[in-house]
Design a protein around this ligand. Structure first.
Ligand SMILES: [Zn+2]
Length: 205
């Protein structure tokens, strides 16, 4: 099943800018690539679940078995949610530990936490949500039933086009280079005022 997201994972209030680009496979230090999309937003902006799903109990990473919700040295305050379509959705660098329990059901759009830059990977960088999606992989029914994932997930999937589709529906500006920006209400008002002034100059010329 192709990846389909139900909700944009940031609650956009238009008080602050929210922006992202197709950062999937952006190069990172030490010959790594970034298999995720970073969504820049002000600290404290609400992060919500992109899909309905269940909080992972534990999963296997390159650094061993870790819980699906809580503190990760690299990701900071994180939560990992698996959906009913065979994908796992990872939200990292949040402000506080999510008040969610392993195995808990979450609805699409449900509050998960708030944007920040917690964790060693994001420390000192601009505040953003690191949003990453993996396919769980075939033959994983027993793990999906328990939420305990004993083997690594399958490949990472680029969520950019789904994020851009949802953002466009919420009124974001999508540039020719694929950068997506939610301007603030104040910026929109200022732009409208500039257009009105230009228009009145043209009329009276
Ligand atoms: Zn990232």
């Amino acid at each position: 099943m192709p990846l389909t997201l139900t909700q944009f994972p940031i609650r956009v209030t238009r008080d602050h800018r929210v922006s992202f680009h197709d950062g999937f496979l952006d190069p990172r230090p030490h010959d790594l690539v970034h298999e995720a999309v970073d969504i820049a937003a002000a600290e404290g902006t609400d992060v919500c679940s992109s899909v309905a799903g269940i909080v992972v109990r534990s999963w296997l990473t390159g650094r061993g078995r870790v819980p699906g919700v809580g503190w990760s040295d690299r990701g900071g305050n994180v939560v990992l949610i698996f959906d009913h379509a065979g994908y796992a959705h990872y939200y990292a660098h949040m402000l506080r530990p999510p008040r969610l329990s392993p195995g808990q059901r979450v609805g699409a759009g449900e509050f998960l936490g708030q944007v920040s830059n917690s964790g060693s990977i994001a420390r000192g960088s601009a505040k953003h949500l690191h949003y990453q999606v993996w396919t769980v992989g075939a033959g994983r029914e027993a793990e999906l039933a328990t939420g305990v994932f004993d083997r690594r997930f399958g490949r990472a999937v680029n969520p950019y086009s789904e994020l851009a589709r949802l953002a466009g529906g919420l009124g974001a500006h999508i540039g020719a280079n694929g950068s997506v920006v939610f301007t603030t209400a104040a910026e929109d008002e200022a732009a409208a005022a500039r257009r009105a002034r230009r228009h009145s100059r043209t009329r009276h010329a």
